[in-house]
Design a protein around this ligand. Structure first.
Ligand SMILES: Cc1cc2nc3c(=O)[nH]c(=O)nc-3n(C[C@H](O)[C@H](O)[C@H](O)COP(=O)(O)OP(=O)(O)OC[C@H]3O[C@@H](n4cnc5c(N)ncnc54)[C@H](O)[C@@H]3O)c2cc1C
Length: 456
């Protein structure tokens, strides 16, 4: 059957909606169709796309082909005794949770949304609130099936072809199209979390709390108020927890402890934001409210998985509240020992009065083996900023320089604006990655807007 080619190129953007470009969007329904799409792509090449949750231009390809992989969504095999699943790369983590939780298994790593595909999770080598303990997603991948730029497919394992495997982990789709993967799972007794919450008075208090006892929790993250200044700079609400064991549940929840019932999805967010709704004043008020409503200290609260991991998934298309100009998500990491750089950057963001209400700070564990994987041991901060904020581009360029000078890096899955010279300073294995790409895909059949922008 022919690959269903879109007749005309259509606009494609990332989740931040900042840099739309047009491409022919193909939706292969079989591996054979995906192979044909890569073999027959024109001079502008092709890139795989999952659910489009990368914020920037990673899953875009101006003038070329974009392979929407969500048509490949079969779960091939579940080893319910050994905790392994083999599925197509277009399967979402949401679907895996629906199918696996009733069997007592959970995905090894989940980001802040479960609407990402397995291919996107490997492509960006995503991290979750458990990075300090479990590392990034691809550490839990036993094997993947890869369609390379020459149209050939192969099964790649960390033991058999470590270079190709670890270049693909976090390689932003640029080593080829992942068709399927085998993933190790985490056993759980319930679909609920046991959560401890505490407030931190400022950034130093927060870092001290994270450093002192993150190791006691499987999951840990802090919401941070980036509009607070002076003595309150970096005040935060810290939530940490683990999967609730069966005996921690109240009797009414014990009847169906593994039922996965995410919070009801609300109507889609408004497409337009009346001017000022996301201005400094309203975000400042929101942050004040958010900080004060959090308990000073609370232990062992039982919460649904979806409320703990994916609060934003209850509001579809929430990315539209930023209006037609979209928004930038800026996420960087600086290593342990670079706390002063983090303090400086947090102060600068505060003084710049960036109206950011979705800011999170997390302490990463060991670095991952992926050549372009983002996490390194240290502190990662992620914040949303409306793209229309005056002077934003120059401000973020300055932050990039500060991050790079501290030996840190910016996360490519969130990026749409980094400069190529800065990228090379941030990712020391970039040249090796480029060489591998040139070797396995000399005709550059696999490429993206991000690859062209950054010269990857
Ligand atoms: C609300 C929200 C919260 C988030 N929280 C986190 C977080 O906590 N941690 C984190 O790490 N990330 C987080 N992200 C980012 C998100 O997890 C990643 O961008 C992820 O890659 C998105 O997966 P996707 O299926 O939507 O892929 P897309 O966005 O469509 O693509 C992302 C990249 O993966 C590649 N890719 C996709 N499918 C394939 C495939 N089959 N083969 C090869 N390459 C492929 C693409 O080429 C692209 O480079 C968050 C995003 C949102 C919107």
């Amino acid at each position: 059957m022919p690959v269903p080619l879109a007749a005309e190129p259509v606009p494609v953007t990332g989740w931040g909606r900042t840099a739309p470009t047009s491409a022919q969007v193909l939706r292969p329904g079989s591996y054979e169709e995906a192979v044909r799409a890569v073999r027959e792509c024109g001079g502008r090449g092709a890139i795989a796309r999952g659910l489009g949750r990368a914020y920037g231009d990673a899953a875009q390809n101006a003038g070329g082909a974009v392979l929407d992989m969500t048509g490949l969504d079969r779960i091939h095999e579940i080893d319910a005794a050994g905790g392994l699943v083999t599925c197509d790369a277009g399967v979402s983590l949401h679907r895996l949770m629906q199918v696996l939780l009733p069997l007592g298994w959970f995905v090894p790593v989940t980001p802040g949304t479960r609407y990402v595909t397995v291919g996107g999770a490997i492509g960006a080598d995503i991290h979750g609130k458990n990075h300090h303990l479990s590392g990034s997603f691809t550490r839990h991948v036993r094997a993947l099936e890869l369609l390379t730029g020459d149209g050939g497919t192969r099964v790649v394992t960390p033991e058999g072809e470590p270079d190709l495997f670890w270049a693909t982990a976090g390689g932003m789709g640029l080593t080829g199209v992942i068709l399927a993967a085998t993933i190790e799972l985490l056993p759980v007794e319930t679909a609920f979390m046991s959560v401890d919450t505490e407030r931190a008075a400022d950034l130093d208090d927060l870092m001290a709390r994270l450093a002192a006892d993150d190791h006691r929790y499987r999951y840990s993250v802090a919401w941070i108020d980036l509009l607070a200044r002076g003595a309150r700079t970096g005040r935060a609400v810290l939530t940490r927890g683990d999967h609730a064991p069966l005996d921690a549940l109240p009797p009414r929840l014990r009847r169906e402890p593994l039922a996965f019932r995410p919070a009801t999805r609300l109507p889609a967010a408004p497409r337009f934001t009346p001017g000022g709704l996301l201005g400094r004043r309203s975000v400042g008020l929101f942050n004040e409210f958010w900080y004060r409503r959090a308990p000073r200290e609370q232990r062992g609260r039982i919460q649904k998985l979806s409320a703990f991991f994916h609060p934003l998934d209850g509001l579809p298309e929430w990315n539209r509240v930023y209006g037609p100009g979209g928004f930038v998500q800026y996420q960087f990491v600086v290593g342990h020992g670079e706390e002063d750089a983090l303090r400086r950057i947090v102060r600068r963001i505060g003084s710049r009065r960036c109206p950011s209400f979705l800011a999170v700070l997390k302490r990463f564990g060991e670095a991952d083996p992926g050549w372009l994987s983002f996490p390194v041991p240290g502190w990662t901060l992620a914040l949303d900023i409306p793209a229309g904020l005056p002077g934003l581009a120059a401000f973020l360029d300055e932050l990039d320089d500060e991050v790079a000078a501290a030996g840190g890096r910016v996360y490519l899955a969130k990026d749409a604006r980094l400069r190529p010279d800065v990228l090379a300073r941030m990712y020391p294995r970039l040249d090796e990655f480029r060489e591998l790409r040139a070797r396995i895909d000399p005709r550059r059949a696999i490429t993206s807007d991000l690859a062209r922008r950054l010269g990857v």
